[in-house]
Write a new protein. Structure first.
Length: 217
């Protein structure tokens, strides 16, 4: 009866609770460690080379925004943290924490406050210049400053909503396809699930990248 009630609700996949006494959806979050071979920690492994390429790509992208390497490493940590959470949410019997708006805001708001505090204290003139785009007519200057200020203030909320909405959309499609049990369509559904899983992985990567980059703009 419980499972029928759960399956009748599409959003049950985003519920962190579980009827199992073993708390399978929490234990499965640690499964990612089981798929990491010992070669992952070796300097010449393929995984370490992939990690190095990803690190250099992030540093290259963020070097156009900030020239402080220590600050860029912090942003790289944010990217990897969000990417790891998104990828773990694709595993079976798990839920994606970033699909909950409260979690996304809890991540984005402190980051935004720290970035704004750091930027206004160290780059005050530059932050003031960002409030007024170049070649703005003098008559439009007050209006543009107000628009840019509001856009800056709501940025953590808008980015959190974007992150949660994109993660929810893909999981809902996977839930809908997973509820189809007809034998005639099981092969087609399996193929669709495979491509949808690849799509979800790409969405997890893109959303982590967009969140990290736009938070620094």
């Amino acid at each position: 009866m419980f499972w029928k009630k759960m399956m009748s609700n599409l959003f049950s996949s985003f519920d962190p609770s579980t009827p199992s006494p073993l708390w399978t959806n929490w234990i499965s979050l640690m499964l990612i460690l089981l798929f990491m071979p010992n070669k992952f920690w070796m300097s010449e492994s393929r995984n370490s080379m992939t990690k190095l390429i990803l690190k250099n790509f992030i540093l290259k992208e963020m070097s156009f925004i900030y020239f402080n390497k220590q600050f860029m490493l912090n942003l790289q940590t944010i990217f990897i943290f969000i990417l790891t959470i998104n990828l773990m949410g694709i595993s079976p019997y798990t839920f994606t924490p970033t699909s909950h708006l409260s979690v996304s805001i809890a991540i984005g708001l402190p980051i935004w406050i720290s970035l704004m505090t750091y930027s206004w204290l160290n780059f005050t003139n530059l932050m003031f210049s960002h409030l007024l785009p170049m070649s703005t007519p003098p008559t439009m200057a007050p209006f543009m400053i107000m628009v840019e200020s509001i856009s800056n203030l709501i940025r953590p909320i808008s980015l959190s909503v974007r992150l949660s909405a994109n993660m929810i959309a893909g999981h809902l499609l996977m839930t809908l396809l997973g509820n189809i049990n007809e034998m005639k369509t099981i092969m087609l559904i399996g193929l669709m699930q495979f491509f949808l899983m690849l799509f979800e992985i790409s969405v997890a990567l893109i959303q982590a990248y967009v969140f990290s980059i736009l938070m620094t703009m």
